[in-house]
Design a binder for this molecule. Sequence first.
Ligand code: DX5
Ligand code: ZN
Length: 361
Amino acid sequence: MEGNDISEMWNDASRWKTGDKWRSFGWNVIEIEGHKIEQIDAAISKANSTKGIPSIIIARTIKGKSVEHMESNPQWHGKAPDSDTVPIINLELDSQFVIAPSIIAGDMTHLENEIKRCVTGRADYIHLDVMDGKFVPNKTFDHNKIKELRSLTILPFDSHLMIDEPVKHVKEYVEAGSDIITVHAEVCDESSFGEIHDLLKHNQVGVGLAINPDTELPVWSYKFIPTLDQLIVMSVVPGKSGQKYIEETHEKMKRLNVILNEHQFSGYIEADGGVTLENAGSCFIDGARCFVGGSAIIGQKDVRGIINEFRIHILKARRKILLDKAYQLGGSTLVKKWIDLHIIGEKKEHIRKIAAQEGYL
Ligand code: DX5
Ligand code: ZN
């Protein structure tokens, strides 16, 4: 991480001088975002490969990270939440989400630059749409391009294989450095997906299954649901970016959630296709926790700004889910208590507004 990234993450810029102190002692200083597992992993490898001088890894973390009313709030240092708010806090912790720009919506002749735009844009994942010209009419790139791009970033590569006979090719995408590999149910059956599943698990690569808008989750896939890491629910007909979100997907997600709950799904749903600022909140409420953005994100000039906007929109949708939970558990009393946990300001006003709109106060 470079200076401005670090100081931006912490209002009090003085704290990021810690690294300079250790540099003045002659140490190899590695400063990372401590909430990103891939950065911790890369930092440990970097420290292990540094010889001749001692290394220190400074992992920047935010106190109370992921619980809005606790984040960076010193009053929660060493303090336990009241038991009646714990189920709401657990729901908040279980509702983390990631943003995955789809780079084919950028300049296909300079994909290395699109990777850089994702990194500086603070994406969580990079969504790589592999198209073979057979499963879908278009061709984009294959594992060779992924291998080439791999060394540019440690951000997780979310490889979406829109290819025929994936069982024959999946190994190449593992070797190219994919962190998650998703294949389409339309070109698999129980046996071939079983082979893919086992290969990916063996190589500690995330196992993903994708279904097209007109495909229901096949019954043969139910046995894999408990160990599936990612389910891509396509909200456009695969083949290109820039298409309009298919509204029927919202209804489909309701049907899917019933099946996933019945089969102990512990992975996350990825919304892929036509996702925009306008519909991201409703995709979140449908159950999506990974948001692919092609034209709506990488197709925009200010990637960091738009990813930040996406996060704000999705956080607003999440606040409603948390208030619903508070009301369900403890009526207006608990809703009021939940609201008052939040420090005076824009977040608290927004939460109060939702509660009033829902008639919870
Ligand atoms: C479509 C791809 C999507 C698409 C996303 O076949 O799987 O990932 O590139 O781009 P937008 O967000 O523009 O639909
Ligand atoms: Zn995709």
